[in-house]
Unconditional design. Structure first.
Length: 310
């Protein structure tokens, strides 16, 4: 007998996105576990000793993102029955059929995460875990890879080179847990994307805009993917007009304010909200790029605060 996949959120705050995530999981009839602890064990302490900050985000934010893998590891140590699970962010809505779909799309992999293929040659080296399939063994392999990368001179050189490409391009980002996931997934043969269209169904990479695994893979409306509800289930629309059942939606950043509207089928409100958010996001990114280019010293592309162990 095949057991239900456990869906796990690592979130130590009680907030509206988490409540909506819980409601969506209940509607989808998928078991949701919320890990709210903060003791990530000795492995996380070891990471903090060797961590080098190479991101435009605050160090505290990036460390919280890394911490969830160690919190998961501590939880699995006490709950060995979870030999496989799905890690999700609290800003994700789940819909009926998501568990069975993930089993099929992940196959025999130890990990499957979400990313977007660009068409301009830019590779941000990122795989997102906002909806990601894991085996317990895969999680331990990733943690070992993560610790070794930050502890070794060659690993830190590789991370600095990635951060330098972001700085040279004048875009927000840099090195994060998504960078380490990308490097490990490709090195271990676990890079097949969870957000590819499979059997007429798909997992959303980011509701903002029509991009998914591919650029402009789906139609947009306002500042988000165009959504159509059929039989109570949301669908996205391809450029040719084909409907694809979307089983998880990711409300990244300020798009979280649209979660309740999607959960209750108010798609036109979503389009208006996300259109306004898109304009604000473009202005913010433009200002960041101008500021980075103005502050960049001659011959240098490092992020502020990037100094660390050599």
């Amino acid at each position: 007998m095949t057991h239900s996949l456990a869906f796990i959120v690592v979130e130590d705050r009680q907030n509206k996105p988490l409540l909506l995530c819980r409601e969506s999981a209940a509607r989808a009839e998928e078991p949701l576990i919320v890990l709210s602890g903060t003791d990530a064990g000795p492995g996380y302490e070891r990471l903090c000793r060797t961590y080098v900050h190479l991101s435009s985000n605050p160090p505290e934010f990036e460390k919280i993102c890394f911490r969830r893998y160690f919190l998961l590891s501590e939880y699995l140590r006490a709950h060995p029955e979870h030999r496989e699970f799905v890690l999700i962010d609290s800003d994700v809505l789940l819909f009926r059929g998501i568990g069975a779909h993930i089993r099929r799309v992940a196959g025999k992999a130890d990990f499957s995460g979400s990313y977007m293929r660009t068409n301009d040659g830019w590779d941000p080296c990122q795989i997102s875990p906002h909806v990601s399939y894991w085996t317990a063994a895969g999680l331990q392999q990733f943690i070992a890879f993560l610790l070794n990368t930050y502890a070794s001179p060659s690993g830190r050189r590789k991370l600095r080179a990635i951060a330098a490409r972001f700085a040279a391009r004048g875009v927000r980002g840099g090195v994060s847990d998504m960078t380490l996931l990308h490097l490990w997934a490709h090195a271990s043969g676990n890079a097949a994307p969870i957000n590819r269209v499979f059997g007429g169904r798909v997992i959303d990479h980011n509701i903002n805009g029509g991009h998914n695994l591919l650029v402009n893979e789906f139609q947009g409306r306002g500042g988000a993917k165009r959504l159509v509800f059929v039989g109570g289930q949301p669908c996205v629309v391809t450029p040719s007009g084909e409907l694809v059942n979307v089983l998880a939606l990711h409300f990244q950043g300020s798009a979280k304010i649209a979660m309740a509207h999607v959960l209750h089928g108010r798609v036109h409100t979503v389009a208006l909200l996300t259109a306004a958010l898109r304009l604000a996001r473009r202005a913010k990114n433009w200002a960041f790029g101008m500021r980075r280019l103005a502050q960049r010293p001659a011959g240098g592309t490092r992020f502020a605060g990037a100094a660390g162990p050599k």
